[in-house]
Ligand binder design. Structure first.
Ligand SMILES: Nc1nc2c(ncn2[C@@H]2O[C@H](COP(=O)(O)OP(=O)(O)OP(=O)(O)O)[C@@H](O)[C@H]2O)c(=O)[nH]1
Ligand SMILES: [Mg+2]
Length: 575
């Protein structure tokens, strides 16, 4: 008990230091332009600390039992589970006095739905390829452990055949304060899981590992699997003292339902105890650490600029004028390179769209012969229908044909675009970091100040939500057709449709292209903004470094001391 109380006291002191550091840094950049990169980042960190909301995400490869595990924690079948890839949307579960669910659409609208209808929105089957444009889902549930300001998050499985599921999860990672990684006994760890952990291990402050489905193995097998996994996590993935909790989500849920006495030990309780201990003793600390890490980076960047300012004051007027010009050139050069990078990013995006257009055109052209054959078969299979009933079944046939034509294509195209965007964003972030590094190196050399490294991390990703349309058959043909005798009507309708097949597909291809343009535009703007905000932290502070207002100059030494103290305090929290 004393340990936990002691920790709480330590956390509250450290929290005060980090809050003080944020407030002091905000005061220091008061003179900067409103909404500047530094102050807006500091305001975000301040909000994160104030709401003190802890994001605990359940991550893992598809089908390991993530959703089942959350249901087990909630002791209720709330989230849909199944044998094929199920979860396709991020679902945030928070405390509420009674069960509730809200769908947040990417369009900005929200809708409350009964919890029993969740599957229609968050599963591949109910919402294939996320065509309903669900951004995220919020579930409220009266589980006491959620009361500690914890948001538990169900994520789509990584490495699923639905590549967009992996991207959905990866784009959410920066919001995560701790992760529960669900592994299972069949097999214990795969290449996909190792690669994923390798990629994210430095970005998530705390991990817990759950080994699910232990009902499928004997106690002896379980012991050797656990041993093997701990070795893998510790030695190969270099994770510090990994905590592994073997359990069976299925058994917890079936015990709850049948009220039977399971013979196999249900070990969820071990995990729950650990989780509660973590919430009371460590949760706030982990959240604080992630904020302190960002605050330290900003303080170091500002310190670097102030040190340049101090070094500048010690120079002769001529020397300073030369160096000032050289620094301004360096900043101007960096800004120019960054603007060029921005143009290049837009060009590459346009190239991707051109490629989508080309792919769509050739896909439509190559589909037409097969669709013609199918229309002929359809005509033979429905020899009697005419007028309204013919119109109805033809519309159904076409709608299905359009859906089939584009759905499979979209899955492949999305995977291709995602891979391209991934490498595009990696390349651009690396180039932006290179520009900043050169700028800082140059500034440091000019003013003989040791360089503070600052690197950007942002992500570019895109989703596509398709919608198809088929005009009512008799509306898209001519009305006089309805006046024709039955046999002639059928003949004319099928002949006309055969002729119109290309334009029906082409029209839907146009919609799909438009959809890609919109989504890609949105993602590029977001990425650009993030990149810009990160870059401006460096350029803004360097620009203000040589500001020679007497008030600022007098304060520089004091500011440097203040920044040193803030950096030392925040670094203690991070350590
Ligand atoms: N034998 C056994 N099967 C389990 C257990 N937990 C889950 N399953 C089964 O594993 C399958 C996948 O479960 P889900 O909870 O949907 O897995 P998921 O990781 O959320 O899957 P995605 O959302 O598609 O990534 C389902 O058929 C579950 O019934 C368990 O403890 N034992
Ligand atoms: Mg799931």
């Amino acid at each position: 008990m004393t340990g936990i109380d002691g920790n709480a006291g330590k956390t509250s002191k450290e929290r005060q230091s980090v809050e003080y550091a944020i407030a002091s840094l905000l005061t220091l950049c008061k003179g900067e332009a409103k909404g500047s990169g530094i102050s807006s980042k500091l305001h975000t960190l301040q909000r994160k600390l104030r709401t003190n909301r802890f994001h605990l995400a359940v991550l893992g490869q598809m089908k390991r039992g993530k959703s089942s595990f959350i249901n087990a924690l909630l002791r209720a079948d709330i989230l849909p589970t199944g044998v094929i890839p199920v979860t396709s949307v991020i679902t945030e579960i928070r405390y509420s006095s009674s069960p509730a669910a809200t769908i947040h659409y990417s369009t900005g609208q929200s809708e409350n739905i009964p919890i029993a209808l969740l599957a229609d929105f968050i599963t591949e089957a109910g919402n294939p390829g996320n065509k309903k444009q669900v951004g995220s889902v919020e579930v409220g549930y009266p589980a006491s452990f959620l009361g500690a300001n914890v948001v538990l998050i169900d994520t789509p499985g990584i490495g699923s055949t639905h590549a967009h599921n992996t991207r959905t999860t990866e784009s959410y990672l920066e919001k995560i304060d701790a992760a529960i990684v669900v592994l299972s006994v069949d097999p214990p760890i795969t290449q996909v899981e190792s690669d994923f952990l390798e990629r994210v291990k430095d970005d998530i402050p705390r991990f817990f590992f759950v080994l699910n489905k232990i009902d499928l193995v004997t106690p002896e097998e379980l012991s050797s699997i656990s041993h093997f996994l701990l070795e893998e996590l510790e030695n190969r993935l270099q994770l510090d003292s990994p905590e592994l909790f073997p359990l069976s989500a299925r058994q917890v849920l079936s015990t709850k339902r049948d009220n039977s006495d399971a013979s196999f030990p249900i070990k969820l309780i071990d995990f729950e105890e650990r989780l509660l201990q973590f919430f009371s003793a460590e949760k706030d600390q982990v959240l604080l650490q992630s904020v302190a890490l960002d605050v330290t980076t900003i303080a170091r960047t500002m310190r670097f600029a102030i040190a340049i300012g101090i070094s500048a004051r010690a120079m002769s007027v001529e020397n300073l004028a030369d160096k000032g010009r050289a620094l301004n050139q360096l900043i101007a050069q960096a800004e120019l390179e960054l603007r060029e990078l921005h143009v290049l990013l837009r060009q590459r995006t346009a190239d991707i769209l051109d490629q989508v257009e080309g792919d769509l055109r050739s896909h439509v052209e190559s589909t037409i012969p097969d669709l013609r054959k199918r229309l002929k078969t359809f005509e033979r299979q429905h020899p009697k229908e005419t007028r309204t009933s013919l119109g109805r079944i033809l519309e159904e046939f076409l709608m299905q044909a359009v859906d089939e034509t584009f759905h499979k294509w979209k899955v492949q195209e999305d995977a291709r675009i995602e891979a391209e965007l991934h490498s595009l964003s990696d390349r651009f972030v690396a180039q932006a970091n290179g520009i900043l590094e050169r700028l800082q190196q140059g500034a440091g050399t000019l003013f003989e100040v040791p360089v503070e490294q600052f690197s950007i991390a942002c992500n570019l990703d895109v989703e596509s939500h398709l919608y198809y349309m088929v005009e009512p058959i008799f509306h898209s043909l001519d009305n006089f057709i309805l006046l024709l005798p039955r046999f002639l009507l059928r003949l004319v309708v099928f002949r006309k449709l055969d002729k119109n097949l290309f334009s029906i597909l082409d029209c839907n291809a146009g919609r799909i292209r438009y959809d890609y343009v919109g989504r890609l535009e949105k993602s590029i703007n977001k990425f650009d903004k993030e990149l810009q905000a990160a870059v401006s932290i460096v350029t803004e502070s360097l620009k203000s470094a040589l500001c020679t207002s007497p008030h600022k100059a007098n304060n520089q030494a004091r500011t440097l001391n203040l920044l040193d103290t803030l950096i030392a305090d925040c670094s203690r929290t991070v350590a």
